[in-house]
Structure formats: structure tokens, C-alpha cells
Design a binder for this molecule. Structure first.
Ligand code: HEM
Length: 128
């Protein structure tokens, strides 16, 4: 059985890879780079996000802190959904680059919110 601490390290590594990968892909999109069509760049983000989410679920199960019970975990889960949806709009779905830029800022804000909630363990973050 993997230790809680190991899972937390994996979780944090996936967090860093996820946001850096998102920023890199967004800049490539902005530059109309053909690199975006590379298989690796299409598959890797899904692998990283799966690891991010799976490590989170494993920690929640091990520590028996279920999202419905703990409001900060629920807030992280909702934040994660927002990060994913805003990220999709920023990379693909936004019609113009101006729209994609706005979604990019929204995705970064969602990500920042999740980190704040993770550090403070409070859905209101430093306000709570
Ligand atoms: C983009 C998404 C996510 C980001 C950026 C993120 C960020 C973080 C960070 C920075 C920590 C370390 C907090 C600390 O050092 O005290 C952490 C820990 C943790 N996260 Fe996440 N997280 C994400 C998704 C999730 C989700 C969806 C869940 C579950 C609903 C989750 C559950 C946890 C748990 C249980 C810990 C360990 C808390 C502890 O024992 O200290 N995370 N996360």
C-alpha cells in the first residue's frame, strides 16, 4: 500500500506538471504551433490530470475525508471542474484568441483558487 506521504508527493508533482503543461500548450496555441498536433502533447495532459485526480481520490479514501463531509475538499473538486472546463475553452473552444485569453485568465484563477483552498483548508481561503 502506498503511503499517504508518497501520494501527497505524487499529487503535488502532478499539480506542477498540470499547470506548467497548460501554460505551455496555451502559448503554443497562441503561436499556432504545429507542435500541438504531436501525439505526446495530446496524450500527456490526460495522463497527468488522471494522476492528479487519482492521487487526490486515494488520499481522500485513505484519510476517510469524503468531499461531502469536508467543504474544502468539495470546493477543490468544484474548482477542478472549473479549471478543466475553462482550460478547454482557453485551448480549443474559445472562438477568437481574445476569448481564449479571457478563458486562460479564468482557468489560472480557478487553479489559484484550488491552491488557496488546499493551503488554508477553507473554501473561503484566507478570507475564511
Ligand atoms: C488542479 C487541482 C488541484 C490542485 C492545484 C491541488 C493542490 C494541492 C496542494 C497545493 C496540496 C498541498 C497542500 C499542503 O501542502 O498542505 C494538496 C493536497 C491535497 N489535495 Fe489537492 N489539488 C488539486 C485537486 C484535488 C482534488 C480534486 C482533491 C479531492 C477532492 C484533492 C485533495 C487533496 C488532499 C486530500 C490533499 C492532502 C492534504 C494533506 O493531507 O495535507 N486535491 N492539493
Amino acid at each position: 500500500m502506498m503511503s499517504y506521504l508518497a501520494l501527497k508527493h505524487i499529487h503535488l508533482t502532478a499539480v506542477v506538471l498540470s499547470i506548467s503543461g497548460f501554460v505551455v500548450r496555451w502559448l503554443l496555441m497562441l503561436a499556432d504551433s504545429p507542435l500541438l498536433q504531436r501525439r505526446l502533447l495530446k496524450v500527456l495532459p490526460h495522463v497527468i490530470d488522471t494522476v492528479l485526480f487519482a492521487s487526490a481520490v486515494a488520499m481522500v479514501v485513505i484519510s476517510a475525508q469524503y468531499p461531502i463531509v469536508l467543504s474544502w475538499l468539495t470546493a477543490k473538486l468544484v474548482g477542478l471542474l472549473a479549471y478543466i472546463v475553462f482550460g478547454m475553452m482557453a485551448l480549443k473552444r474559445g472562438r477568437t484568441k481574445a476569448q481564449r485569453a479571457a478563458w486562460f485568465v479564468a482557468a489560472l484563477a480557478a487553479f489559484g483558487y484550488i491552491v488557496m483552498v488546499a493551503l488554508t483548508r477553507n473554501p473561503l481561503g484566507w478570507l475564511g
